[in-house]
Design a protein around this ligand. Structure first.
Ligand SMILES: Cc1cc2nc3c(=O)[nH]c(=O)nc-3n(C[C@H](O)[C@H](O)[C@H](O)COP(=O)(O)OP(=O)(O)OC[C@H]3O[C@@H](n4cnc5c(N)ncnc54)[C@H](O)[C@@H]3O)c2cc1C
Length: 499
């Protein structure tokens, strides 16, 4: 007899599945998350968290734990073929609309550890050693076959495959994974201890044989080893092969590797699905798109898929119309296609330069991704300058509110939608909807309002619009119309209301 204890089954407890589980559990959905592996993964793999992901982690309440295990803007130390070195690092000016402007270097297993901890606080434990082996579905739900210590069949409302590039969920639902495997791009990767170099730089050697990079992994004693491997070159994942590469490509025999904890041969697969959903079954993360690590986008895109889907699944589960779920693919599929193009572009420039380049391209920060063309987006202003509906809601420091100073992200934090009205004329609309009124310094003094003491909020949002900010902190609706009807309609149609 199928067991019916949960609403959503998440298959795969990598960064995508864990983020999804947190977003659902946070909203009271009953979640089960299984992983075929016997325990947590130990490899550093995706070691770059992009600013947009950090913003979402701030919203989820785990950014401080994440930052505690990472480093921003680590300087690069480039060695040429004669062994001469030159240091370089990114120069970016602070932005009031974005608290993070660099990617954070931190091992992927740390990110997963932090997410698992958060999930545990929300009352959900990852069930390791349980593999999905079969799926059938009908109009009312999904039946999943799980193998493990005791094979079982469970019935759920929704199933989400966050089970990586080789996704069983994708295969079992017959969704094609279109693209190619580029045999000419291969890389040995691993986590090893290294003697003979400092931990204050990401060390990168250019040589006739290929690229070698050793990046210190914050909050560990290890470095991530990356070495490009030409066709026909030795590609065994052993300490001897890794050490041989270091000896030949650096010409420095005092650099010694030891105690590898993870070693792998990476092949360039550039593929994505043409749909994110088959009935009640969804795909997210690497299960839906894979590409090269150049540009550091993969894990981040998976986490952001999960952040997009989580609130929608929870909303539909709580009674919002199921059409909301159609917007998941509509919003995320073009983003995946863009990420594949961007990582191909960066990979080609790495291959042409024969070295890992500074990530100057601001597209990698993922702050400009938007859902302007989504069916969920309502831009109701005739002439909108600056931020538009569908854009990421910008941050702004310098608000003075009822409890002292704060920033816009403090108002947005948490699992619900938020209404921001710029100007006291929004009071009658917002009054019944429990939003926030932001006023200029000149209009300061109204109780319960936030004064934009430095003008950053008005620079980002203008001084007279009302915005409905979705639970994933993208602007769903923007209007100048001083009536609550369209806002109430929008909230009732798509969102779980605050309060
Ligand atoms: C060398 C390297 C460097 C990288 N650098 C970056 C970077 O800087 N930035 C970045 O964003 N990304 C980077 N990536 C990519 C990143 O590692 C992946 O995009 C990320 O792991 C995808 O997460 P996921 O949760 O979607 O899938 P995964 O992490 O692959 O997790 C899938 C999980 O599903 C489980 N599973 C599989 N099948 C089943 C089944 N049938 N039943 C139950 N469980 C199952 C697996 O055990 C696994 O735990 C890098 C990758 C590599 C290899």
């Amino acid at each position: 007899m199928p067991n019916t204890a949960s609403d959503v089954l998440i298959v795969g407890a990598g960064p995508t599945g864990l983020t999804l589980a947190c977003t659902l559990a946070q909203r009271g959905a009953r979640v089960r998350i299984v992983d075929a592996a016997s325990g947590p993964a130990s490899g550093s793999r995706g070691k770059g968290l992009q600013p947009r992901t950090l913003e979402l982690f701030d919203d989820l309440g785990i950014v401080d734990d994440t930052l505690a295990h990472g480093v921003f803007n680590l300087p690069m130390r480039y060695y040429d073929e004669t062994g001469q070195s030159k240091d370089d690092r990114l120069q970016r000016s602070p932005r009031p609309d974005a608290p993070f402007i660099h990617s954070l270097i931190t091992p992927q297993w740390r990110v997963e550890e932090t997410l698992r901890h958060k999930l545990g606080q929300l009352g959900v434990r990852v069930e390791f050693g349980i593999e999905l082996t079969g799926i059938s579905q009908d109009a009312d739900g999904v039946t999943a076959q799980l193998s493990g210590p005791a094979p079982m069949s469970i019935r759920i409302d929704w199933l989400v495959g966050c089970d990586g590039g080789k996704s069983s969920v994708r295969q079992l639902t017959g969704i094609a994974f279109l693209g190619e495997t580029v045999e000419t791009y291969r890389m040995l990767v691993g986590d090893v201890r290294v003697e003979g170099i400092d931990r204050d730089h990401w060390h990168i050697w250019k040589s006739a044989e290929g690229i070698l990079a050793l990046c210190p992994l914050p909050s560990t004693d290890a470095f991530q080893f990356q070495a490009s491997i030409a066709p026909g070159q030795e590609s065994e994942t052993s300490l001897e092969v890794f050490q041989g590469i270091v000896d030949r490509r650096t010409g420095r025999h005092e650099i010694r590797l030891r105690e590898p904890t993870w070693m792998s041969l990476w092949r360039a697969n550039v593929r994505m699905v043409d749909r994110y959903r088959q009935g009640r079954v969804f795909l997210a993360g690497d299960a839906a798109h894979v590409h090269s690590p150049a540009g550091g986008q993969g894990m981040n895109t998976g986490i952001q898929d999960a952040y997009n889907l989580g609130w929608k699944l929870a909303a539909v589960h709580s009674g919002i119309g199921a059409a909301l779920l159609d917007t998941y693919q509509q919003e995320r599929l073009p983003i995946a296609a863009g990420v594949l193009g961007l990582s191909n572009e960066i990979m080609a420039s790495v291959v042409a330069a024969g070295t890992i380049l500074l990530r100057k391209d601001e597209r990698t920060l993922q702050l400009d991704l938007n859902y302007r063309d989504s069916k969920l987006t309502r831009e109701m202003r005739p002439m909108a300058e600056g931020v538009r509906a569908g854009d990421r809601a910008p941050d702004a420091p310098g608000l003075i509110g009822p409890n002292g100073s704060c920033r816009v992200f403090d108002l947005l934090r948490g699992p619900r939608a938020t209404i921001l009205g710029f100007g006291t004329h929004w009071q009658p609309v917002i009054g019944s909807l429990q939003g926030h009124i932001i006023v200029s310094k000149a209009a300061a003094g109204s109780p319960g309002h936030y004064t934009d003491s430095e003008g950053h909020a008005q620079t980002a949002y203008g001084d007279s619009s009302l915005y409905v900010v979705r639970p994933d902190n993208y602007i769903g609706m923007a209007t100048l119309e001083p009536t609550s009807n369209p806002v109430v309609d929008y909230m009732n149609t798509f969102l779980i209301r605050k309060g």
